[in-house]
Design a protein around this ligand. Structure first.
Ligand SMILES: [Zn+2]
Length: 352
């Protein structure tokens, strides 16, 4: 089974009415955990690497690990996606490596920090779409700017600042002008574990306030403009499970009070056109909790397999839960994958 295109994976998700988790990876254990969960649950899945990940693990290592994943799990439909590409050059690099999908995040300038103008975003995203579609590769764009910073990427917008949310009118114009395959929304989610500035009187974190009504508006506007079932993407969608944060802290960690996006909010989005859900932080917390437990309970251990193994197991359990909650479980055999060559021909036919 070759890697599949994001375009096809999300079209199928729209037909099936489910969301597809997009999980970030940096190493072998994470890839193995995600692929095992996908195979066991018969779930299509998106594996993504950020620029930070490609730097950490080296692009070639990551690419070869993904090739191994495809060989070991021939029945799993997996999209290999570049998360938050900062320039056409980075996106082309990923395409050259065999990524089947790229994100061009033109909401920020190439430094990954400065908020870009709308005009810049349209121009740079349209350029990547042209380059990508010529290869059958899918493109995710972003409109509005997300809060928080992850892997050094982000404008550092305060998580309670609502001035950079996606404008539902502009969303239609953006999709028309760029030709993207899916659109990342800024609806008040943010990257990282600390998504909220809201606390109760005892200092417990309260969930972030999301502009969920915008999802409905954006999806309706797109449908009215001739883009029915247009796939939307939620970034910063970790739920920051309280039991995992408590476990990290129980075993010597010092995570501050944190609260993520409640699963009900994500499921609300999935019912209204969200098809790709990015989850990174929850996996990090799950793995860290597992490693801390090993170190605290059995400090005599020194074989990396003794802690990387439990970390992999913890991530696998977490991902399984997400796949069930997002609805992607059981949809792995709904469709036959189309090759990037076929998808490329479809793009070319659309253009005419
Ligand atoms: Zn993101």
């Amino acid at each position: 089974m070759p890697l599949v295109s994001m375009k096809q994976a999300l079209e199928e998700a729209a037909k099936g009415g489910y969301g597809v988790g997009a999980f970030n990876v940096n190493n072998m254990e994470q890839i193995q955990a995600i692929m095992r969960a996908a195979e066991e649950l018969d779930a299509p899945v998106i594996i993504q690497a950020s620029r930070g990940a490609l730097k950490y693990s080296d692009m070639v290592y990551l690419k070869k690990l993904m090739e191994a994943a495809v060989i070991r799990h021939p029945d799993v439909k997996v999209v290999l996606h570049l998360d938050h590409g900062n320039s056409p050059e980075t996106c082309v690099q990923a395409m050259d490596l065999g990524f089947t999908s790229v994100m061009m995040d033109g909401s920020l300038m190439a430094d990954g920090k400065t908020i870009a103008s709308y005009e810049y975003n349209v121009e740079v995203t349209a350029k990547v779409v042209e380059l990508a579609h010529a290869r059958g590769v899918s493109v995710e764009g972003e409109l509005g700017a997300l809060g928080g910073i992850e892997d050094g990427h982000g404008a550092g917008i305060a998580v309670d600042d609502t001035t950079h949310l996606t404008d539902p009118e502009q969303a239609v114009d953006f999709v028309k002008k760029t030709g993207i395959d899916c659109l990342a929304l800024a609806i008040g989610t943010s990257h990282g574990a600390y998504k909220t500035m809201r606390y109760d009187k005892d200092g417990n974190a309260l969930p972030p306030r999301l502009a969920l009504d915008r999802i409905e508006k954006i999806e309706a506007n797109l449908a009215a403009a001739g883009f029915p079932d247009f796939p939307l993407v939620m970034h910063g969608s970790s739920s920051v499970p309280q039991e995992l944060v408590a476990m990290v802290n129980k075993y010597g960690g010092k995570m501050k009070a944190a609260m993520g996006v409640p699963m009900e909010d994500i499921q609300f989005g999935i019912k209204r056109g969200v098809r790709k859900i990015n989850v990174d932080t929850d996996g990090r917390i799950a793995m860290t909790a597992a490693v801390r437990k090993v170190f605290m309970e059995t400090p005599e251990k020194f074989d990396p397999r003794d802690w990387l193994g439990p970390a992999r197991e913890a991530l696998y359990e977490l991902i399984k839960g997400k796949m069930i909650d997002f609805g992607q479980a059981g949809h792995g055999k709904d469709y036959e994958p189309r090759s990037l060559e076929q998808i490329k021909a479809e793009y070319a036919a659309q253009k005419k």
